[in-house]
Design a protein around this ligand. Structure first.
Ligand code: SF4
Length: 114
């Protein structure tokens, strides 16, 4: 940098990182990433700390069911939904450990309109 320039303008190139999920399909990658987060004590849906002592997502009042008919439905977390007209968000497994957003008092998952 002796050419009188104020700053070194050499572009920074990050070294390539190995892909820990190489060869895996999209669903398998997602499952592996979620498993890793759970092992770190992070809930894969809300990214909040897990609280397995509270129960599971299946026990939480924030669990909602999105039913699109034709006997197809998915469980979602109310805290991770976006969009008022057509709420979307990641699928939740009822067996996931609870997170710090856990709300007690779930009888049955509330239904959201697709
Ligand atoms: S415990 Fe409740 S708030 Fe937390 S991710 Fe599960 S459903 Fe959502």
């Amino acid at each position: 940098m002796d050419d009188g320039a104020l700053f070194d303008a050499t572009p920074y190139e990050a070294p390539p990182q190995p892909d820990p999920y190489e060869g895996m399909g999209q669903d398998a990658r997602r499952t592996a990433r979620r498993r890793e987060l759970l092992e770190q004590g992070i809930h894969p849906i809300t990214k909040r700390p897990t609280r397995p002592d509270l129960g599971t997502c299946g026990d939480c009042a924030n669990l909602v069911v999105k039913d699109i008919g034709r006997k197809r439905h998915w469980f979602k977390c109310d805290l991770a939904l976006s969009g008022d007209v057509y709420p979307t968000g990641p699928d939740v497994r009822k067996s996931y450990p609870a997170c710090t957003g856990f709300k007690a008092g779930a009888d049955a998952p509330r239904e959201v309109t697709p």
